[in-house]
Design a protein around this ligand. Sequence first.
Ligand SMILES: Cc1cc2nc3c(=O)[nH]c(=O)nc-3n(C[C@H](O)[C@H](O)[C@H](O)COP(=O)(O)OP(=O)(O)OC[C@H]3O[C@@H](n4cnc5c(N)ncnc54)[C@H](O)[C@@H]3O)c2cc1C
Length: 467
Amino acid sequence: MENNFDVIVIGGGPGGYVCAIRAAQLGLKTACIESRDTLGGTCLNVGCIPSKSLLNLSDSFHKAQKNFNSQGIEFANLKLNLDKMMSNKNKSVQVLTKGIEFLFKKNNVTYIKGKGVLFSDHDVVVYQAEKKTSFKAKNIVIATGSVPTSLPGIEIDEKNIISSTGALELKEVPKKFVVIGGGYIGLEMGSVWSRLGSEVTVLEYLDHITPGMDNEISSEFLKILTKQGIKFKLNSQVTSASNKDNQVEINFTNIQSSKQENILADKVLVAVGRKPYTEGLNLTKIGIKKDAKGKIEVNHKLQTSINNVYAIGDVIKGPMLAHKAEEEGIAVAEIIAGQAGHVNYDIIPGVIYTSPEVAAVGKTEEQLKQENISYKVGKFPFLANSRAKVNNETDGFVKILADSKTDRVLGVHMIGPHTGDMIAEMALAMEFSASAEDIARTCHAHPTHTEAVKEAALAVGKRAIHF
Ligand SMILES: Cc1cc2nc3c(=O)[nH]c(=O)nc-3n(C[C@H](O)[C@H](O)[C@H](O)COP(=O)(O)OP(=O)(O)OC[C@H]3O[C@@H](n4cnc5c(N)ncnc54)[C@H](O)[C@@H]3O)c2cc1C
């Protein structure tokens, strides 16, 4: 009986641990299996949390170095202590991962350490070192996440050719840091090392950065990052990266001109995406289907091809984001408990934690055009926002897209200070089917960056006050 559970969750990342807590809250006897030494998955151990720690600290360092003097905060001998910065990051990770163990105890979730393998639709075996333990479950949730991918012919050695995990652990600031891939992970890590003193070059295959983002925001973002000193080589197809005399030589072809180029770097970050991780789970043997990209196929209730086996998070379709995984974790727990759990995939915000931040929710202008939806645009620049002005953070703007007939907000895209927090208001507004008029008529505190949202909403009706 001890090894029998209502729900066994395989994987203790944001999808898995949240699912386990919610299932236990609903009275289900729940266990969560995690093969890593600590809970929290990619997000807490080698993703969202350590990257945000380094982004925050490197931003403070950069501001102290570049801006403080001219703003009347003068001091001598500012210097970087990378060891301390890394220890600070590691401490934050440790506190948060331990925090999940505490939450498991508090909610009565059994934490099982080891690698979980499926032996049937009700049987899971956990391997830890030499030990093998069998468990039975009425329901199984697969939340095994994702791992970094590379390009053909490029082997990540985590020495000079590194993944995001390696980029979070560097012992010294590389002189030349090359990033392959202009997506959010590459740009966040590129920003960190650029602020700490590296010469950063981003190689991107497409003619723009941040694929999938509203074009206008993406162009503005590229301009701002270039102004900050990051170099971009767009239309660049990387063909090889190989170690050469303690440096890495990267060869790439300009896909427009066919010109072959190469660049030398001290460290190369391969940030070309992540792939679902299902290794050793035994999925094929028990009949769980995957799609062509290796993602586990699920229906609208997040059930796999076996009814009582569910899958959530990075291992299934949709944006690879921690909060999307968490929403799915909660939905599955509620579905198993007989409730009507669901995820609104139309309203999943996305944030890039650079400086300035970039945030979006809902449809881009390009998607609306493609879907033949007629829309109105309201835009407001941070240059005309008093709080941004006094803080000397005037780069960027807020853009609201609303249905031209009903005025319902269809998408919001922002680049500017604190937009990562501000996007929550827009997600909430959209959940309540707000119109631009609703946002425009909502009183926003002065002086705050959020007034830019109100003004953009006013601008949808061509009546912005401060611009
Ligand atoms: C550098 C970086 C920065 C990021 N920043 C952000 C961000 O700011 N915001 C955001 O929303 N997302 C961010 N992400 C993405 C985010 O980390 C993932 O979307 C999220 O972690 C996915 O959660 P998950 O639970 O599906 O999987 P994961 O977090 O990958 O967790 C899966 C867990 O399952 C375990 N596991 C795998 N197989 C087994 C097995 N057989 N038995 C037992 N355990 C197993 C793994 O060890 C892992 O701990 C970032 C990612 C990276 C790499």
